[in-house]
Design a protein around this ligand. Structure first.
Ligand code: DLL
Length: 434
């Protein structure tokens, strides 16, 4: 019998659609009446809230873009008085200023609920001891996971990002069973554990909730085989709420979107035209009951597919494929398209490589140059030059063979690639003064 919160994961589609429509109509009216940004956008289109009569009418609504948040920085999309806002978070924008997101008390409640449903789906119970190793900061990871775990009733340890050796000590001493962090930080933790002789496999840890950046099946295997834990995917974005917009279930057949709060669509990233279920495109999300800063048809730039067929776990919530790429991180190098996740999938099986890498793109004249900087294990880094050169050649030829690009490979020492908020930034594109 699912817990009270999880019962909403199993609603009959008709019942769910009725809830979604009622909430959509309510939030559209709220946005139109209280957010100057949407009042202006609706009026410019000659659109009225009463034009939304069915869920399919959602396509009549204007899209919202990250640039709208930038242009209306910091409070221009808010739809409640400042006195009702109890929290702000922020995320990187497309220019120097961050984008700021606001929450009412009810919004925080919704956020806790969906994060909690995500953890319940992964099997967390009040008997668990959970450490939050996402950053507690303007980034939504720390607070979002924290609230969700508290809502489940687990014992929560607000450790925050970094501090690997102390974290290992806490895992041991506090008998921690669940960790929430970025997948790249967890792989780093595995490396530190190896270095200091800490046996993660024999430890109390049994679940990890990894998100905030794309990761691959190879990485999941690396984590699960190396530590014996179950690796769950957790997805979210600050603009919509934070972690817990969607999460993976035991079937490992995609991530269930909490559709009673976040309404998903898939559109062609180039044209914005809505695509039928099952087709790959850009995920667009509408917040159905977020009051401080409602967002209608927000263009996430995350590329995925939606699956409405029943999941073997029994949940009726739509599933999305794991996010592996964004419509805006594709590189075109000398006419060849390249996604960082493709490089990652090639690197991971290679012995001596740790999954921290960055792609640095520069241009001399009309010629693009790709440098792939890859961290190697300390053992390998201290090895003979000839061994390192052979590895460099191996990687270059794999990249050439699979992707068709000549890349310069630089092997760098562990920790040489910068992380922020625990995330590795995989692309540094210097061609367009970014
Ligand atoms: O990363 C929220 C979050 C925190 C999610 C902790 C999960 C865990 P932002 O910093 O605004 O928010 O970044 C959002 O990160 O549009 C995706 O491109 C990417 N992303 C988030 N979760 C995943 C995931 C947080 N599980 C952007 N898989 C999103 C792949 C993810 N990409």
């Amino acid at each position: 019998m699912p817990s009270f919160l999880s019962q909403k994961d199993y609603l009959d589609r008709k019942e769910l659609s009725a809830i979604q429509l009622e909430r959509l109509q309510r939030i559209v009216r709220h946005a139109y009446e209280h957010s100057p940004f949407y009042t202006k956008a609706f009026d410019a289109m000659g659109l009225k809230p009463e034009d939304i009569r069915a869920l399919d009418d959602i396509v009549k609504l204007p899209f919202t873009q990250k640039t709208d948040l930038r242009d209306n920085y910091p409070y221009g999309l808010n739809a409640v008085p400042r006195s009702e806002i109890v929290r702000l978070h922020a995320s990187s924008g497309t220019t120097g200023k961050p984008i700021v997101v606001s929450y009412t008390r009810d919004d925080l409640e919704t956020w806790s609920e969906t994060a909690a449903r995500c953890f319940l789906m992964g099997g967390v119970t009040p008997d668990d001891v959970a450490v939050i190793s996402y950053g507690y900061s303007l980034f939504t990871g720390g607070m979002g996971a924290h609230q969700g775990m508290e809502r489940v009733g687990a014992t929560v340890i607000p450790q925050g990002g970094g501090n690997s050796e102390k974290l290992l000590m806490l895992i041991q001493d506090l008998q921690i069973t669940v960790i929430c962090c970025t997948p790249s930080f967890f792989v780093h933790l595995m490396e530190v554990a190896g270095k200091v002789g800490f046996d993660l496999k024999g430890s109390s840890l049994r679940h990890g909730f990894f998100g905030a950046e794309p990761w691959t099946d190879e990485m999941r295997r690396h984590i699960e085989e190396g530590t014996g834990i179950i690796a769950h995917d957790i997805f979210g974005l600050s603009e919509i709420m934070g972690p817990g917009v969607a999460g993976g279930c035991d079937a490992h057949a995609g991530l269930h979107i909490f559709e009673d709060h976040y309404y998903p669509e898939i559109v062609d990233p180039a044209t914005g035209v809505a695509l039928p279920p099952g087709e790959e495109g850009e995920l667009v999300l509408t917040t159905l009951d977020k009051w401080a800063m409602p967002l209608l048809r927000y263009r996430t730039h995350d590329i995925t597919r939606l699956h409405y067929e029943p999941c073997s776990c029994g949940r009726t919530l739509v599933r999305m494929d794991p996010i592996r790429r964004r419509s805006d991180d594709m590189l075109i190098i000398r006419g060849v398209n390249l996604f960082p996740s493709q490089v990652e999938a090639l690197l991971l099986p290679i012995k001596g490589i740790v999954p921290h890498y960055e792609l640095v793109v520069t241009r001399t004249g009309a010629m693009d140059d790709l440098e792939i900087r890859v961290e190697v294990t300390p053992e390998l880094f201290g090895d003979q030059v000839s061994v390192l050169e052979a590895l460099q050649k191996e990687i270059s030829s794999k990249i050439k063979g699979m992707i068709g690009i000549n890349a310069r490979v630089s092997l760098v020492e562990p920790g040489a690639i910068a992380r922020s908020d625990g995330k590795t930034r995989h692309v540094i594109d210097k061609r367009f003064n970014k």
